[in-house]
Design a protein around this ligand. Structure first.
Ligand code: SF4
Length: 163
């Protein structure tokens, strides 16, 4: 019977040489990884789902009418809202909050919204040092007005999966 616990004298230097060969093979290759956060990928994939944002109409009014369909569709129970009416009798979300720690970024809220008010954007850098900072309020989520970049509604319509 062969004793497998015994190692021949040549096996150890051979294993070391193999290790060096592997190291040197990769030494002059272009790295696949990038030095985040110094370098950031120029663009996320078109269907990447990151931090939510609440859209506005072209006149700046909020699209969300606080119907609650996003909250009903959310499997993680991450959305909370309180509706109210403005002076014209139109519904809007007086309170709109998303707990990004609960969120699983499934995109169901975006699909459920009949007003095209909520979307998952490309933002992925929203780390924080306290749990409370992951509760995003309406003020955090609404796109700035006047707009700093063009609306993504058209882009989202084109890229939406239709079942
Ligand atoms: S992406 Fe999914 S889990 Fe996150 S808030 Fe929307 S429906 Fe809920």
């Amino acid at each position: 019977m062969v004793d497998k616990t015994k190692v021949s004298v040549w096996e150890i230097p051979l294993a070391i040489l193999k290790g060096f060969y592997t190291t040197f093979k990769h030494l002059f290759r272009k790295p696949i990884t990038i030095e985040y956060p110094e370098k950031i990928r120029p663009a996320m994939y078109p269907r990447y789902r990151g931090l939510h944002f609440l859209e506005r109409y072209e006149d700046g009014t909020e699209r969300c009418v606080s119907c609650g369909l996003c909250a009903a569709a959310c499997p993680a129970d991450a959305i909370y809202m309180e509706p109210a009416e403005n002076e014209k009798g139109e519904r809007y979300a007086k309170v709109y909050e998303i707990n990004e720690l609960r969120c699983i970024f499934c995109g169901f809220c975006e699909e459920a919204c009949p007003e095209e008010a909520i979307f998952l954007g490309k933002e992925f850098e929203f780390s924080a040092d306290h749990r409370d900072k992951f509760i995003y309020t309406k003020e955090d989520l609404l796109v700035p007005w006047p707009r700093k970049k063009p609306s993504e509604v058209e882009f989202k319509r084109k890229n939406r999966r239709v079942f």
